[in-house]
Design a protein. Structure first.
Ligand SMILES: C[S@@+](CC[C@H](N)C(=O)[O-])C[C@H]1O[C@@H](n2cnc3c(N)ncnc32)[C@H](O)[C@@H]1O
Length: 306
């Protein structure tokens, strides 16, 4: 045990003394170090505390790791505060903000075959969110899916491929904490709306847009089947529901598509059901894997049919 304690202390010390980690630009290495302090050190020490003696030494080890963690988090906090101030003051163009994000956290493309989260997600969470997610307050129907965020690399891909026009109106159906709508607006300039069933998530997302001084991002707290989508032409679904509810929602979008062309982006298992709609054609080259962005367009012949 003594050797292990010495080894862990020396590991924490190495992180603490690594000057490169205090360089703002080094976000990804810092994020890795923070993860390692949390999972390899603090959690490990905590479980040892439950099963071993040596309480004083282990508690002091945990406090040491927490102190180093706070120092590193402070670097991120200063960085995010500055970026948030610049967003709220409208100091970035859409392209300028994208450059900032990629400069610090990359574009996540190395993980595009993967459904896991990465340091790019850690970065956009720090940038856009105001704290931990609130608890759900409303019971979901069995086919409604619980909250899980879309990986940021998928949102970057969506914005890159969407060729947004200034008059477009984007909807994230089942918008959770709101990152997709906020990011799409910030990276493209279009008006973005999120529709969310859970009031606590919706309030949280509204608070995020308020903090960033965004007037063109709105969140609507209602069941997605009840919304009037007359102004929307670009829709995103990260599998907010399945089965019959998804079918009803697609029926609503199909009705909308009788008056104008719409684009539908999907991510996750709902893609399989969307792909069976005979009024949509799939136009991306991302293959059959459900954890890749899928892009659907209204079939040409439907346009102007009514
Ligand atoms: C997989 S999460 C996606 C969250 C968000 N789109 C994102 O990518 O960050 C699905 C979300 O849909 C919401 N949801 C489920 N059923 C819904 C419904 N009928 N109407 C509106 N939102 C719903 C859930 O509360 C949850 O926040």
């Amino acid at each position: 045990m003594e050797n292990i304690i010495r080894e862990i202390r020396s590991y924490i010390e190495t992180i603490k003394n690594d000057k490169t980690l205090y360089d703002e630009m080094n976000f990804s290495d810092r994020a890795d170090a923070l993860d390692s302090l949390e999972f390899d050190v603090i959690e490990r020490v905590e479980s040892s505390l439950l099963t071993n003696g040596r309480h004083e030494e282990l508690t002091s080890l945990r406090q040491y790791a927490e102190m180093v963690k706070i120092r590193l988090e402070d670097v991120d906090e200063r960085l995010f505060q500055r970026l948030r101030y610049n967003i709220a003051s409208r100091n970035y163009t859409s392209a300028g903000l994208r450059q900032q994000i990629v400069k610090y956290a990359g574009d996540g493309l190395e993980n595009e075959q993967d459904e896991s989260y990465d340091n790019l997600d850690a970065f956009t969470n720090g940038l856009l969110l105001i704290g931990p997610a609130p608890k759900e307050t409303r019971e979901r129907e069995p086919e409604m899916v619980f909250y899980q965020p879309t990986p940021t690399r998928i949102v970057l891909e969506l914005v890159e491929k969407a060729d947004f026009q200034p008059q477009d109106v984007f909807y994230d159906i089942g918008s959770g904490l709101g990152q997709v709508s906020i990011l799409v607006h910030l990276l493209s300039g279009v008006c973005a709306k999120g529709v969310e069933f859970e009031p606590a998530y919706c309030n949280y997302a509204r608070q995020c847009t308020k903090e960033l001084n965004l007037s063109q991002v709105k969140f609507i707290n209602v069941d997605a089947r009840e919304v009037d989508y007359a102004d929307g032409n670009v829709f995103f679904l990260y599998t907010p529901f399945e089965g019959r509810i998804l079918e009803q929602m697609l029926g609503r979008l199909r009705d909308e598509s009788r008056t104008r062309g719409i684009k539908l982006y999907t991510y996750g298992p709902c893609t399989l059901q969307v792909a069976q709609q005979n009024w949509l054609e799939r136009v991306d080259q991302n293959g059959r894997e459900v954890y890749r962005l899928a892009i659907f367009k209204t079939l040409e012949q439907r346009l102007g049919a009514v």
